[in-house]
Design a protein around this ligand. Sequence first.
Ligand SMILES: *[C@@H]1O[C@H](CO)[C@@H](O)[C@H](O)[C@H]1NC(C)=O
Ligand SMILES: *[C@@H]1O[C@H](CO)[C@@H](O)[C@H](O)[C@H]1NC(C)=O
Ligand SMILES: *[C@@H]1O[C@H](CO)[C@@H](O)[C@H](O)[C@H]1NC(C)=O
Ligand SMILES: *[C@@H]1O[C@H](CO)[C@@H](O)[C@H](O)[C@H]1NC(C)=O
Ligand SMILES: *[C@@H]1O[C@H](CO)[C@@H](O)[C@H](O)[C@H]1NC(C)=O
Ligand SMILES: *[C@@H]1O[C@H](CO)[C@@H](O)[C@H](O)[C@H]1NC(C)=O
Length: 501
Amino acid sequence: MDVRHETSEMKYDKFSGQVTRRTRLRVWFVRICFCILIWTLLVQLVTVGGLWHPNLLTRSLNRRNKYNMLSIEENVVQSTPSLPPARNYSSNGYLKVSCNGGLNQMRAAICDMVTVARLLNVTLIVPELDKTSFWADHSNFEDVFDVKHFIDSLRDEVRIVKRLPKKFVKIYGYQPLEMAPVSWSNEKYYLQRILPLFEKHKLIHFKKTDARLANNMIPLDLQKLRCRVNFQALRFTPQIEDLGHKLVHILRGKGSYIVLHLRYEMDMLAFSGCTHGCTKEEADKLKRLRYAFPRWREKDIVSEERRLQGQCPLTPEEASLVLVALDFDRETQIYIASGEIYGSERRLDQLRVSFPLIVKKETLLDHEDLQQFQNHSSQMAALDFIVSISSSVFIPTYDGNMAKIVEGHRRYLGFRKTLQLNRRKIVELIDLHKNNTLSWDEFSAALKSTHKKKVGEPSHRKVMKSKPKEEDYFYANPHECLCEKPRCINLSHAENVSKNY
Ligand SMILES: *[C@@H]1O[C@H](CO)[C@@H](O)[C@H](O)[C@H]1NC(C)=O
Ligand SMILES: *[C@@H]1O[C@H](CO)[C@@H](O)[C@H](O)[C@H]1NC(C)=O
Ligand SMILES: *[C@@H]1O[C@H](CO)[C@@H](O)[C@H](O)[C@H]1NC(C)=O
Ligand SMILES: *[C@@H]1O[C@H](CO)[C@@H](O)[C@H](O)[C@H]1NC(C)=O
Ligand SMILES: *[C@@H]1O[C@H](CO)[C@@H](O)[C@H](O)[C@H]1NC(C)=O
Ligand SMILES: *[C@@H]1O[C@H](CO)[C@@H](O)[C@H](O)[C@H]1NC(C)=O
């Protein structure tokens, strides 16, 4: 807990060194005066003229209240220190990017693209979000992220504009160079191969953005910029932040809570071909979906083989066994972060037998609260993101982008626990327990020892030269931004992962 406070206090210093304690105090003083002023004005307006519709007033007051209820560190993230002066540089051209994938994959990509634009001294157009992925969300950048804050807070590094200048618009006959940069490239690739293209084309459109920058061997200032974008410049819209914090507040009102990221959703299962525990009908449906979706190239998959290799998300039943074996008790409040669980209530019931206090956004919020987000998978995922970074323990059942990026964010917020489940080992142990080779106690002991030191403690990323996919992902553990010595010398020893959560 001490560690956590230290990190939040040091946040600004780490990247810019500009905000000292005194300026923070001053900012607070000014803010409080401002609030009092606004309050007085509002009260006068209401009493004098009845100018304000009472509903409008209560609504805006609720909004203030919500912000006031946030914990200290969330307030630090919210506050805007006076903006840095804009960087004065001559731009080498314009970079347009179309992000691909779900919310968290795009989040990492946005951080990478800002960094590439900074490296090349080009002007970045506010990134386009993916509208053609499986869930077909039509949200634009400004529907998910606070676009003004994004542009302003990075202006000392890179120029970001909302729209392409008129001279480049297609109807004026301009054809940008469209391309996808090579995956996992380092800065030399961008300087030597991409920069010269800007001289010729002035506008380049990256059609894909996932994993275009390497995890390692990138100059420290660029690594730190990736962190700065991720942890400071990317903020969700006030609507999303408000509702996300409302969720956190409701949950904390009932005590501590853990988040289970149960990545047991239709797209995941169809894509991965994992059908363990599904009915024959469900398995067939998933298979048809896989064959129908053109982007999912790998068609022939043997589900059980995959599962034994640890490449399937845990099923709700498996997740339940794991949590019980790791000593999480019946009173544990579990927030399920995910879209719709495949097989829905039937599958969740298994989990509910052992953990009656299972909740989701849909059960915690009124329908009206969620309505505006419901048809937007990215906005729904953003709510889960906020709840997930604030929980006592975060437990992802699959190591996808959300799992990794939330893990990194939790490290940043003071090495909050993230259980990194070893799925290959888990299914092996479960099968041995199921066929009575391992007693419950043996099973439980083996699971605990497997996950002894896998809780997102301070550590360095695993580096595998020329095998980027097998390395630790930069955003899961951006140690350059977290691990100032001596903190990373002593690794924490997590004896009992469910204890003191
Ligand atoms: C930006 O830099 C250029 C060249 O160094 C200089 O001529 C110009 O006045 C600067 N502009 C601003 C706004 O500082
Ligand atoms: C970017 O601009 C800086 C000056 O602001 C200059 O030192 C650097 O060489 C430029 N880099 C490129 C790739 O243009
Ligand atoms: C969400 O989408 C469904 C189906 O496309 C539609 O019937 C419903 O009205 C939409 N809801 C909102 C709040 O837009
Ligand atoms: C239990 O399952 C494991 C592998 O899943 C197998 O090696 C072992 O022989 C089985 N034991 C019994 C008693 O069936
Ligand atoms: C690291 O561990 C050593 C030996 O256990 C201890 O003396 C030292 O205080 C620890 N340092 C930190 C920063 O925890
Ligand atoms: C872990 O916690 C359980 C229950 O709280 C306790 O019985 C057990 O002794 C603990 N194990 C260790 C190694 O601390």
